[in-house]
Design a protein around this ligand. Sequence first.
Ligand code: NAD
Ligand code: UGA
Length: 457
Amino acid sequence: MEFEKKILCIGAGYVGGPTMAMIAAKCPPYKITVVDINPARIAAWNSHSLPIYEPGLDVLVQKTRGVNLFFSTAVEAGISDADIIFVSVNTPTKTFGQGAGKAANLQFWEKTARQILAHSTADKIVVEKSTLPVRTAEVMQRILNNTKNVHFEVVSNPEFLAEGTAIADLENPDRVLIGSQETPTGLAARKAIVDIYAHWVPRDRILESNVWSAELSKLTANAFLAQRISSINAISALCEKSQADVAEVTNAIGKDSRIGAKFLKAGVGFGGSCFKKDILNLVYISHGYGLTEVAEYWESVIKINAWQENRFVRTMLESMFNTVAGKRIALFGIAFKANTGDTRESPALVIARGLLEERAQVVITDPKALDNARQDLHDVKEGLSFEADPYCAAEGAHAVALLTDWKLYQDLDYQRILRSMERPAFVFDGRNLLDHKKLFELGFNVFAIGKAPLRHF
Ligand code: NAD
Ligand code: UGA
């Protein structure tokens, strides 16, 4: 079959896979190929067991794979064949050299740019899908348009999907952002990307901007979202001291349309692969421009988050008579949020390690994230086990700590759980998901975020 346009995506991860599956579903005349250097990941995309868990993704991939969506390891062939190349490789925080711990590590990006340059024989549009520091496109243009008689136009099209709701977010986005240079070739490239999304996204939700605004908007959106969580988590600590209830405070402030109700859920802290890395990147960039106060302002969002994670461990320790050594503690959830198997930067991992340092016997349960958690904690030699069934995890435990907001934990039989536990039995609800009054009445001592403890002693 002759396809109207050939689109390549380099990087078959949490963003590349779902985004391209959606484009394939919405644009049947386009051929979409997703390539990756990781053969195991590509094999999984081509199998019945996809490499990531995302509600609705299976159906979308089944519908499109082999029709106009293809997964492959042939990066070079993919490059030479494509008209438009989305680059969705990872951009983690640098762990070495200048900017270590803050700056984005652009080595995967630059490698990709050089590969694109080496294997292109015709003009191409290169789309920044990964989250990148502001002004990366400038560097990319310089690398790409340096040597050959082929023109590359770099467009920024940052992705705003959240894991766990990726398919719904892609299907019905609040906005799609497309930034390009404002030259004739830049505007033509911008239009080509707008045309893809216009297949299903209402035109007034497709925003156009210059390329620097698009790059900076992505970092800024994540910084604002994370800042709301750190703000409410800071208030949660104040609630616990003052007997205010964080849920009531959230409800009251969220009703103010200027504040809004979303992203105000106090908890164990934010996790995920992006908030921390993107804010650190913003901090690094601000320092680079000599904007120390701006850098410090955003860095405080990260500091409160780390403090909130550690505060949870401290609360557990103090309320369990200042020792958890030898005590079995069941952790309900290790994913960084519900509806994903992703554990990157999960607060639950920090809490698990904090309890292990106190020599607790930690049992982790999670419906989707146990394989990832086993890898994350492979260095732990003692005191750690994994259990798929939450009832088995809680058996003989002194405490249950709920760390991921999986709905299934709401629906468990807590009377049965209590019967199998040691006394006094504790529940630490790190997501304020459970019915605290009911648990207290059953006989649990209940500690939640931003709420007065309910205890029987
Ligand atoms: P990921 O680690 O899941 O996927 C990246 C993939 O790129 C990996 O499979 C890796 O093998 C591949 N890769 C790396 N170098 C390559 C190369 N030279 N050639 C081919 N493949 C290569 O990462 P992700 O979560 O999909 O994130 C990708 C980017 O999107 C990041 O910049 C991230 O900040 C951004 N982002 C992520 C999310 C999210 O929810 N995860 C949302 C919005 C934006
Ligand atoms: C986040 C953004 O929401 C996306 O828009 C963005 O595209 C993405 O980062 C990215 O750039 O990677 P994600 O990290 O997948 O998406 O998940 P979120 O729903 O934002 O949750 C992040 C963390 O904050 C989770 O640990 C979650 O439990 C926590 N959270 C979220 C709270 O503690 N309280 C809230 O009210 C909301």
